[in-house]
Design a binder for this molecule. Sequence first.
Ligand code: NAP
Length: 494
Amino acid sequence: MSASHNIKADPETLDFHAFSHGLYIDGQWRASHDGGRIDVVDPSTEAVIAAVPDATLEDGALAVEAAARAAESWRATPPRKRSEILRRCFELMVERSETLATLISLENGKALRDARGEVAYAAEFFRWNAEEAVRITGEFGTSPSGANRIVVDYQPIGICVLITPWNFPAAMATRKIAPALAAGCTVILKPASETPLTAYALAALYEEAGVPPGVVNVVTTSKPGVVTAAMLSDPRVRKLSFTGSTGVGRTLLGEAAKHVISCSMELGGNAPFIVFDDADLEAALDGAMIAKMRNAGEACTAANRLYVQSGIYDAFAEGLTRRMNGLRVGAGADAATECGPMITRKAVDKIDRLVKDAVSRGARVLCGGTITAQKGFFYPPTVLSDVPTTAEMAKEEIFGPVAPLSRFEDEAEVIARANNTEYGLAAYIYTADLARGMRVASKVEAGMIALNRGLLSDPAAPFGGVKQSGLGREGGQHHGIAEFMEAKYIAATI
Ligand code: NAP
């Protein structure tokens, strides 16, 4: 059964039932073992728009069984064939992009323009990995003693459990599924409970593209801890790839350690956005709006601390406030919206707490800062000035449309402040001096640096963090696919 046929990209007529048939296991749509369901809420209206099955331990075990049954024939499928299936996934995603974007906006709340950007980005992982699937090579050498040859073969790592967050329901899934399939692995995806519909819509699309039953399985559950722990305890599972918060990542690393399972971890961030006096002001403001407001601030790469040198500080603060004030806030699926709601009421409360904390420590509100919406999980675009280093938001991810500004005087000071965090995912640097840009980029502790740019995600580049922002990389030439392969060394006398 294909759940993505005849679906219109109109929020009024979108048939949610088509995306919530059941758990997707072994190419079948099934109810959960105990019939439980999870409600899906539109954050723009707080209305329940659908309900998806709530998987039990038994359902998780069935998904592992299905992935294990499909493993041998998938790894034996010629790379060219795997590549063509992945390419078809890309093409179908592009064809269905408007429907997928609308679905993302409805269940996640993000502005339609951000959702369209996400679908394009998510689809690219299929195109990129379709190209990578046929370029997997090994190594061949001679041992230093000359006694034997060293043959290194790269093999699929085995069954993979993939766990993804709600903030990019399509892209975080395809960034894992596409390289895993390209490498020859079968997978079980556990998407976030807030945004399961996109994951199921994509599962139907993979089937249509020719992904065989059992190669991709999707299970939603309100008991992620126990259900995924049980999956990880199955000795056939050899890989855990997780994107989400650092706290949950730590728990999962502990769980994986019990069975010595390979882990890739894409965790939280606390990105500094550094603007030097010599920066092009308009370019820095454009970049700040993207780095801060893409996804309404709900991005792991979001600028979380904006450090602006004193000579340009006032002009930057004034320009940013004008732009943030001009944003149209509204329902995600409304095409005019530039800033949608947050994912949950809890997320709004957290942002509110962080803003109140910063203000109580001396920060000044230049715009926003007060919740006014009656319905929907909205927080207004907010700019705070002179945010002290002691503010909680200097340490914690804000994950919302709040831009905290602080002044700095010199390069050494701003590098030290940028590095004063347990995180190390992304950092942004604006300067007209390329030598300084490169120097600061080499000293800032982050896995990814955007130099005079507000956006760095690219399927062709290795995405990932240092420190407590993660382990491993996704995307990039061989980096992403390597996470799903293992080297096998064969000593041969030829
Ligand atoms: P989260 O609370 O850590 O949840 C992420 C996923 O883990 C969800 O599917 C969740 O399921 C599941 N989960 C929760 N507890 C679990 C447990 N004990 N065992 C197994 N799975 C568990 O994160 P989030 O709030 O969804 O996402 C926001 C976070 O993700 C932020 O910290 C953000 O920076 C990070 N992120 C990082 C990247 C990156 O590439 N580095 C990209 C995007 C987001 P339920 O939904 O059912 O709870």
